[in-house]
Design a protein around this ligand. Structure first.
Ligand SMILES: [Zn+2]
Length: 325
């Protein structure tokens, strides 16, 4: 493509060698379009957004709420017929999938699979392994098609100091990122949630900006990993679910921030608060007030930025509202 455009843009006549190159590029383009059309035609329509199920060895059944999902979404997963549930391990996106049971005697295991908003489109597998009572290792897997999400792109030209933090700010931002990694690395093997997830502000029904790609001065930035709710400064912010506060402090980009651990790798984040009303280590109940809307951190106006992370995958938090994991 580079060769093609450089020839097209130049005003001189193309040399015979360049013409051959051009033809080859055109052929490649035609081939690429054809194969894309074929792939599209071959795609089994049946699997799109429909639950999938697989019968594995020794009566074990795997189920997913959807066999096809988009970037930034979540999938409910289930293993039933697990005679020795404690023997099961699962893997999604290169990480162990935390599995839980509704009751200690239950033979059904549950999990939430997050499709990170930057996970490349393609086919992936949720892999399960376990061993029988006599120690025989068994494995099973279920395929998930990940499609590219449809996210808006915003192109902005801003003054350089606004884009580039100074070395000290850069250092702070890196330390914050490390802290967040450590939080997301910690999987509390305990159900801390109670009932359904709720929106973190009263009187709102939806938020926006999830997944938005931003290009600042021609340079692509990390996509926007949360949902923004415009609200007046001072509006109370509530915990979307019960859990334990694992971070309650000021960070460089997200300002006054609260992160709540809900157990089994599920975390929610509340950013740009004017006030924080909880401390790290505090247990919180669903709908408890945890702070107030503000404009702290790198923002232009007051709003609540709300994030949901499922075992490191950044997903659209609106997806979990009114859902019991
Ligand atoms: Zn935001």
């Amino acid at each position: 493509m580079v060769a093609y455009s450089s020839i097209v843009q130049s005003s001189r006549a193309a040399t015979p060698r360049e013409i051959t190159k051009l033809k080859r590029v055109n052929l490649l383009l035609i081939f690429a379009c054809l194969s894309a059309a074929q792939t599209h035609a071959k795609q089994p329509v049946k699997t799109v957004n429909a639950p999938v199920k697989k019968n594995c060895d020794s009566g074990v059944v795997l189920k997913l709420s959807s066999g096809a999902s988009s970037q930034g979404t979540l999938i409910l997963a289930e293993i039933s017929g697990a005679k020795h549930p404690q023997e099961f391990t699962a893997e999604w996106a290169g990480r162990p999938t935390p599995l839980w049971r509704e009751a200690p005697a239950s033979t059904t295991l549950h999990a939430l699979l997050g499709v990170d908003l930057e996970k490349p489109a393609g086919s992936y597998e949720w892999k399960i392994s376990w061993s029988t009572a006599d120690g025989k290792p068994l494995a099973c897997s279920l395929a998930v098609t990940v499609r590219a999400g449809k996210f808006p792109t915003e192109r902005l030209t801003v003054e350089k100091q606004f884009v580039q933090p100074d070395p000290e700010q850069q250092k702070r931002a890196e330390e914050d990122a490390k802290k967040m990694q450590a939080i997301y690395d910690t999987v509390t093997p305990e159900v801390l949630w109670k009932g359904k997830f709720v929106l973190p502000l009263k009187g709102v029904s939806t938020g926006g900006n999830f997944g938005r790609r931003r290009v600042l001065n021609g340079e692509a930035r990390s996509p926007h990993a949360g949902v923004d709710f415009p609200a007046a400064a001072g509006t109370p912010v509530y915990a979307a679910q019960s859990g334990k506060v694992v971070l309650a402090e000021n960070l460089y980009y997200s300002g006054n921030t609260v992160v709540i651990d809900h157990g089994f790798g599920i975390h929610t984040l509340y950013a740009h608060l004017s006030e924080i009303e909880v401390h790290a280590g505090d247990p919180v109940e669903v709908s408890a007030e945890i702070g107030k809307v503000g404009a702290t951190g790198r923002v232009t106006g007051p709003h609540l930025h709300w994030g949901l992370t499922i075992n490191h995958a950044r997903v659209n938090a609106l997806q979990i509202v009114q859902r019991q994991p």
